[in-house]
Design a protein around this ligand. Structure first.
Ligand code: ADP
Ligand code: MG
Length: 235
């Protein structure tokens, strides 16, 4: 097993944003994580990456307990993520933003730049390398998030609404990119509201509602599950 999260709970005061949620990932999985706004998806990601300390539960990477490891240590072990709200360094160029990811693996500037340029080529942003990050629109920022995560050379990539705000055409391009990332051997967890993305990429899906998993199965199974439909309708 590549990653296991066991009974993760994250409380903010008395409110449990994530309530005893578990997940297992095998090498090569593409797991979709869906659920209505506020279901706890981003909080769950933050618990896996160490961006938030857990209230209860444990996280294991290849059987090693990483529950108390800080985010950077988890990144070194191959766990990368994108943020729902892109964490772009506005005053830097696109290339420099990606180099921040590459510096996880090397302290040499020239090597970080070579790696970052290779990643930019891979995501189709090489011509934007020297553009100021602040000049990017939403699609560019979303793609830059993916590029920075790839530059850390992850084994597992958590994508948090990486396609929100994109046009239909841009979504198609992003699906192609994610498929390419998966083919390169990276295990994926995809949080996405666009069902077409889940349907075309995920081999299985877990559904969150009010911090809990309410369904788990193939994309077809979960989208026809009455409890899932009720959760989305707010009933
Ligand atoms: P999702 O990503 O599924 O839309 P989130 O994980 O962002 O949901 O949020 C789950 C719930 O936890 C929401 O009700 C949200 O308001 C709450 N929440 C998230 N982060 C915090 C925080 N830092 N402090 C208090 N409440 C939070
Ligand atoms: Mg979210």
């Amino acid at each position: 097993m590549l990653l296991e999260a066991r009974d993760i709970t994250k409380a903010f005061g008395s409110f449990k944003a994530v309530d005893a949620a578990s997940v297992t990932l095998q090498q090569g999985d593409v797991l979709g994580l869906i659920g209505p706004n506020g279901a706890g998806k981003s909080t769950f990601f933050n618990c896996l990456t160490g961006d938030l300390a857990l209230t209860a539960g444990k996280v294991f990477l290849e059987g090693h307990d990483i529950t108390n490891r800080p985010p950077e240590a988890r990144a070194r072990l191959g766990l990368a993520r994108t943020f729902q709200v892109p964490q772009t360094f506005e005053g830097m160029t696109v290339l420099e933003n990606v180099m921040i990811g590459a510096f996880l693996r090397t302290s040499h500037r020239a090597e970080a730049e070579t790696k970052a340029r290779a990643v930019l080529a891979r995501v189709g942003m090489e011509r934007l390398a020297d553009a100021p990050a602040r000049s990017l629109g939403t699609p560019g920022r979303k793609r830059l998030e993916i590029a920075r995560a790839l530059a850390t050379e992850p084994r597992i990539l958590l994508l948090d609404e990486a396609m929100a705000g994109l046009t239909q055409r841009e979504v198609q391009l992003a699906i192609d990119l994610v498929r390419d990332i998966h083919r390169s051997g990276i295990t994926l967890v995809i949080v996405e509201h666009i069902m077409e993305v889940i349907m075309s990429l995920a081999s299985r899906v877990m559904v969150f509602h009010q911090g809990r998993e309410i369904a788990h199965g193939t994309p077809q199974e979960v989208t026809s599950n009455p409890a899932v439909i009720a959760a989305y309708l707010g009933t």
